[in-house]
Ligand binder design. Structure first.
Ligand code: SIN
Length: 276
């Protein structure tokens, strides 16, 4: 893929690229937005450095790629409902995303993407890992792909947000019940048309076509598979870095190795489509 205005530097062959030569605090030109979208489709998660964006620029950037959606489990900022605070400090008993997941996969239409701006970081640590769900699918054997093709899986937010919201005031409980949805295990990306593995350790609870024992065994195999470093990129944040991930074909894991230090930022989430 060639780019006229952006400087796109891949971090691995399978997933992740850093993008230079763009100022996200400004209203972007159509060509810049077009190339950001192209880079996102090509690399699945893209990273920007030294972007001191405010809430307005953050929302404008998100809206350039779709409608913003509010988190069904976590309240947004009191005066900015489309913006969720991502925060950990000495008082935290949990932080967002401490296990492999795609955001809000329990929704009927899980988000297309998320844009996370981290402004405050600990001395060290607080990295985020991203996994390519395309690479994970491609890495399955042909008999396994054929076995999974007709199956669905249940994605459930209750066991995660119910508990977090009860224990940690960082997260404001938004509802008493969170969505539970069934999606195909093998998903087709609506833009690239590539196939990908769509189950994640945090939210996927069951394969209803199988017995409980079979379901637990198969999900364990798939969760172990996603954990393969060959499918990953690990992002080391600096203050005012931004990560923009395609939530349909990636999973991420926020490493909470910095307690009791503070790591803080804001996220917007972009609406997605029904999974097929
Ligand atoms: C999340 O959106 O799951 C949090 C990611 C992070 O804090 O790096």
């Amino acid at each position: 893929m060639s780019y006229d205005v952006l400087d796109v530097r891949p971090l691995t062959k399978r997933i992740g690229a850093e993008i230079f030569n763009v100022d996200l605090t400004k209203t972007l030109k159509n060509k810049e937005l077009e190339e950001i979208h192209t880079a996102l489709m090509e690399h699945q998660v893209i990273f920007f450095r030294d972007q001191n964006i405010d809430h307005e620029s953050h929302k404008r950037l998100g809206r350039a790629f779709g409608e913003l959606v509010q988190h069904s489990g976590v309240a947004g900022l009191p005066d900015e409902p489309d913006i969720v605070r991502i925060h950990g400090d000495h008082n935290s008993v949990a932080v967002a995303g401490e296990d492999w997941h795609s955001d809000m996969s329990f929704d009927e239409k899980p988000p297309m993407g998320s844009i996370l701006h981290i402004h405050t970081l600990p001395e060290s640590g607080g990295d985020t890992l991203f996994a390519s769900a395309y690479a994970a699918y491609d890495g399955l054997s042909e008999p396994m792909k054929a076995f999974l093709a007709p199956l669905t899986a249940v994605h459930d937010g209750n066991h995660v947000f119910g508990i977090i919201a009860d224990e940690d005031t960082t997260y404001q409980r938004k509802a008493n019940r969170f969505a539970t949805t069934r999606h195909p295990i093998i998903r087709t990306h609506p833009v690239t048309k590539r196939k990908l593995l769509f189950v994640n350790q945090l939210y996927t609870t069951k394969i209803p076509e199988l017995s409980d024992k079979e379901s637990a065994g198969v999900l364990k195999v798939l969760f172990d598979h996603i954990n393969d470093p060959n499918f990953h990129v690990r992002f080391r944040w600096r203050p005012n870095s931004i990560a923009f991930w395609d939530n349909r074909c990636t999973q991420h894991f926020a490493v909470w190795d910095y307690f009791p230090e503070t790591r803080s930022g804001f996220r917007v989430t972009i609406a997605g489509d029904k999974v097929y």
